[in-house]
Design a protein around this ligand. Structure first.
Ligand code: ATP
Ligand code: MG
Length: 420
């Protein structure tokens, strides 16, 4: 199906590495996981994301269930997360949460843009001060570093102010664009009345050229948004994180206010935004909760995996050790020994050859498995309670060891390989 993608074993190792690193980094910064349903009431999204956004106008997968209620496959995670924290009364104290999973948007599929895609979402509730915004940027940066893609990503920041200052700016922008309306692209003409700020992030170069003399958002900011933004920028300076202030950065969803940010890359063509987020202080109140300041971001994981693969295409070998046996009796002899070895070396992937066959055909499989060593149980090994260790890659001589020594010997060899 268009835009629906299978993640095959050669790629799932990159996904697993990403997920493991993300869990570790988020734990380190004190974020906790929340798991949310894939389906929500359609109006949850139309109310929060905004009726006149790309997502709600044309990208949602909606359907009527058997009771005629309109449901949607979630196009993003923030709305569901806010629903959950309000519903379960979690906002008595600040909360720092994350979730990871598939999202659904009906878009034109291309590299880095799918109809089912995955996001890692990170949200902080109950903290009004810009130290939260700074921490969100820090935790995302820590993930780029852990995945060794930090050199490919640039931080862009902006402040879109309070709802009131945004309304003022909106008026000025509409006034500026009104007499240029005929020259705008079709989408932007429509947005001029429905959602004019979105024109600022139009991908159309002609529209961008028209915007050259547009009024500056910075000049319209209210004092609080401005001082919060300045405080964020000085924190970024203090931690040595370079950034670009991009006054055109508005984000596509209606619920944002004050500071917004994106991490972008030039390595993925048109799909340059890997992570986007910002403050959404009004959303919890809008969902019927007590007014609670909040901020968060979402990472597009397909795009992040593409960056990881551009840095190191090598996929991890699914096998470290491949076990070869002379016949069914030798396999029976080997199995309890291999089970003991698996318990002793829990991080090592040990594949027992299954399905029988000659030594020759088994060694062929062992080679193709990517394993570093073969363990061989032949007739002489059985008789002597020993095993032969045959290196399949890298240096080293074949050798036969007593059963009792294999565990310690292998642990040492594998650690050496990992450079420990
Ligand atoms: P874009 O401008 O690329 O459409 P967006 O503003 O719609 O992005 P958000 O809703 O902010 O995106 O989602 C956060 C991130 O999720 C994006 O920066 C991107 O990395 C990723 N993302 C969004 N839509 C898709 C998609 N259809 N396929 C893959 N990744 C996506
Ligand atoms: Mg989009």
């Amino acid at each position: 199906m268009r835009g629906m993608v299978d993640i095959l074993p050669e790629d799932s190792c990159h996904w697993q590495r990403l997920e493991t690193q993300a869990r570790g980094v988020l734990r380190q910064y004190g974020f906790q996981e929340i798991r949310l349903p894939l389906i929500e009431a359609t109006q949850l999204f139309s109310r929060s994301i905004g009726e006149v956004t790309d997502i709600v106008e044309k990208e949602m997968y909606t359907f009527a269930d058997r009771n005629g209620e309109s449901l949607a496959l979630r196009p993003e995670g923030t709305a569901g997360c806010v629903r959950a924290v309000v519903q379960h009364n979690l906002l008595q104290t600040p909360q720092k949460l994350w979730y990871l999973g598939p999202m659904f948007r009906y878009e034109r599929p291309q590299k880095g843009r799918q109809r089912q895609f995955h996001q890692l979402g990170v949200e902080g509730f109950g903290i009004a001060t810009p130290d939260l915004d700074a921490e969100l940027i820090l935790v995302s940066r820590a993930l780029w570093r852990a995945l060794e893609v930090d050199s490919l990503l640039t931080l862009e920041v902006n402040s879109i102010g309070s709802p009131a200052s945004r309304a003022e700016y909106r008026e000025a922008l509409v006034a500026f664009l009104s007499d240029k309306k005929a020259a705008l692209d079709e989408d932007s003409q429509r947005r001029l009345t429905s959602n004019p700020l979105r024109i600022l992030d139009s991908k159309n170069p002609d529209t961008q050229a028209l915007l050259a003399g547009a009024p500056s958002m910075g000049a319209y900011l209210d004092d609080e948004a401005k001082s919060d933004f300045d405080r964020l920028l000085s924190t970024l300076d203090a931690i040595g994180q370079p950034y670009r202030v991009n006054e055109r950065l508005v984000r596509g969803l209606d619920y944002y206010n004050k500071t917004v940010f994106e991490w972008t890359t030039t390595a993925l063509g048109a799909q340059g935004t890997v992570c986007g987020g910002g403050r959404y202080d009004g959303l919890v109140g809008q969902f019927g909760g007590r007014d609670t300041p909040a901020a968060g971001f979402a990472i597009g994981l397909e795009r992040l995996v593409l960056l990881m693969k551009s840095q190191s295409e090598a996929s991890m070998s699914p096998t470290d050790i491949y076990v070869v046996t002379a016949d069914a009796a030798a396999q029976r002899h080997a199995l309890p020994r291999i089970e003991a070895l698996r318990r002793a070396l829990p991080d090592t992937a040990i594949q027992m050859h299954l399905g029988g066959g000659s030594f020759k055909s088994q060694f062929k499989r062992a080679d193709r498995s990517g394993a570093r060593f073969a363990l061989v149980y032949g007739e002489s090994e059985l008789a002597a309670n020993s095993v032969t260790l045959k290196p399949l890659r890298g240096e080293g001589e074949q050798m036969t060891l007593p059963d009792a020594q294999i565990e310690i010997f292998l642990a040492g060899k594998l650690a050496e390989d990992k450079g420990e």
